[in-house]
Design a protein around this ligand. Structure first.
Ligand SMILES: *[C@@H]1O[C@H](CO)[C@@H](O)[C@H](O)[C@H]1NC(C)=O
Length: 288
């Protein structure tokens, strides 16, 4: 390579390495994220490609993306606290940080006593309205190995995936007057904390501090989306891959897997909680 080519190549590398971008690339933790709660409880491992989150009696911890995004897909691999994790909550979510008109998409992993299954709770806030909890038990031990947890968010639907399995769909039913998160960019967040007043068996099972410190692990951080502030046209570009027809509705294979989860692993659905919602919420009636 001549000197000018070298310069061009170096510039290209800088762009790839330092710009938040719509093209995906394997990211180190610090490229896309910052620590938001307790530096001393987040350790970078594997050269910054993975992190260890620590919960002990002094503190939990948390991190957030440096940028906010409007539409896209966020995914990461997580290995949850093994053994006795009762009373702990590990969360991975997107949030608009706008209090009263908040949009939020949540994964919360509720710990359990040794041998009892973790519960995954999801929730969706649109224009400030949440209270849309669903809960499933997992079909594998999420502390034995890393599994991929992702949120795909486009103009048509929000889909929560565990590995290749869609576990929740929130469809854009704006045409029927149902709010859909569409106008506000969201940041990506994660926290590990103690919540033994509600997390496990409704708060009956308390955290056992003799088992502390508790460790969860994250790696393969992948955010592909439209960073905001950024080019105003990105979010409305129909050519973004996550807006493709394959992501307008579930494929037949995905629909089968989704059905399987709901049949075999769902333990709570606000849609069918008559004591809480005597009138079925409209988005539940509208279907996926
Ligand atoms: C913990 O295990 C119990 C008993 O199997 C189960 O009922 C519960 O759903 C599990 N998860 C939580 C978060 O309590």
């Amino acid at each position: 390579m001549g000197i000018s080519q070298n310069v061009v190549f170096a510039l290209f590398l800088c762009l790839v390495a330092f710009s938040p971008s719509v093209f995906g690339r394997p990211a180190t933790f610090l490229q896309d994220f910052r620590i938001t709660w307790s530096d001393s409880h987040i350790r970078q491992i594997e050269g910054g490609k993975a992190i260890q989150l620590v919960l002990d009696q002094n503190s939990g911890c948390g991190f957030a993306s440096k940028y906010q995004y409007l539409f896209g897909r966020v995914s990461m691999k997580i290995k949850l606290i093994p053994g006795d994790s009762a009373g702990t909550v590990t969360a991975f979510y997107m949030n608009s940080d706008t209090d009263t008109i908040r949009d939020e998409l949540d994964f919360e992993f509720l710990g359990n006593r040794t041998g009892q299954p973790y519960t995954v709770q999801t929730n969706v806030y649109a224009h400030g309205k949440g209270d849309r909890e669903q809960r499933i038990n997992l079909w594998f031990d999420p502390a034995a190995e890393y599994h991929t947890y992702s949120i795909l968010w486009n103009h048509y639907r929000v889909t929560f995936y565990i590995d290749e399995v869609p576990i929740r769909v929130y469809k854009n039913n704006e045409a029927r007057g149902i709010p859909y998160p569409k106008l506000q960019p969201m940041g990506v967040y994660s926290t590990l904390w103690e919540a033994d007043d509600w997390a496990t068996r409704g708060g009956l099972e308390k955290i056992d501090w003799r088992k502390a410190p508790f460790y969860a692990y994250y790696k393969d951080f992948d955010i592909e989306g439209c960073p905001m502030p950024g080019p105003g046209t990105c979010a409305s570009n129909p050519n973004n891959w996550w807006e493709g027809t394959a992501y307008h509705e579930l494929s037949p294979i995905e629909a089968r897997r989704y059905h399987w989860v709901r049949q075999n692993h769902m333990i709570y659905d606000y849609c069918t909680d008559k004591s809480r919602y005597p009138v079925t919420p409209p988005e539940c009636v509208a279907g996926i």
